[in-house]
Design a protein around this ligand. Sequence first.
Ligand code: SF4
Length: 359
Amino acid sequence: MLVHICCAVDSHYFLQKLQKDYPGEKLVGFFYDPNIHPYSEYYLRLLDVKRSCKILGIELIEGEYDTENWLEAVRGLEKEPEKGARCEVCFDRRFEVSAQKAAELNETSFTSTLLTSPKKSLKQLKTAGDALAQRFGVSFVAPDYRKASGTQEQNILAKEDQLYRQDYCGCLFGLTMQRDQQQKLADELFVPVSAQIQPESIEARIALYEKRWEVEEEGKAYRIVKQRFLNWRLKFAQLKVRKEVVDAHILPYSTLKNGYTRGKIDHIIGDIHYMSRDEVKFLSLESYNKLLGCNYATVRELIFNPPAFEKEVALRDMLGFSHYDLSSVVVVEEIPANKIELLVESETYADVEEKLLLL
Ligand code: SF4
């Protein structure tokens, strides 16, 4: 039986139930989910599915990440709510490719872990699965593993086996709608030009789950714990000196009331050059290099290849600011002697991140 897999939280429980209910059946996992955006999130979910299949001794095949075809299929349905018409097309597309794959591999049946998701309508999934199975000459198996206390058992198992638990369905349309309703920043869709790994970004989660893979290979005991913290994202920044745009690097946790200010440097203490307004501070590239032990020749080089986020946060401590400091700190090659205009559009927000602790 070919088992279409959407994520480890759904598949880990579903596959174990199938192993119990169909003991004579060889199960083959099929990860086909071009609906997952961005690609980094797709990679992360796949990584966790690989781990789950490895634990359960199930072969896994990765389908094509043909996201362009998926986008074409749902064109015009971008504003549909979850469980609406876009989702029907999304299921159909994933089921169609899965049914085709099952036929190609000479399997007689296929099923999908989407059947366990409490966010999906079972009726909707069964209708789509049956129709496509018929077209490709296979059968669609649709067990209801949600009934009784199935969903609860699934959640307990996901916690026990420390699976990666995503908090959105998959596509950028569902994600942006969900974040709008939550009045939360869709930070999953942010990637800085510097490629610096931001806290609680998908890239940070990939690093954690890849580390977990290594730790498990080495047989070390660990625990993934959660913590609440203040997160930050820079949306846009620009420095102008005498109306000319100047290269500038903005330190993490820089914020600016109303996003804009202007003024001039009015005093210097140590390495810090204080602007006359809005708590803005300037630091020369020379001081930055000295304090962090770096060797950047230009600010542009720093912008595109900065040190780790945590190292830059530690710089704020070195400068003597409090842990709660949210002043804009701007690194420049030459401290401006003339009229300064600064734009910093950033957001700070309460967030939850995971940490891997070795026991
Ligand atoms: S919300 Fe989920 S099921 Fe619906 S279209 Fe997006 S990825 Fe597919």
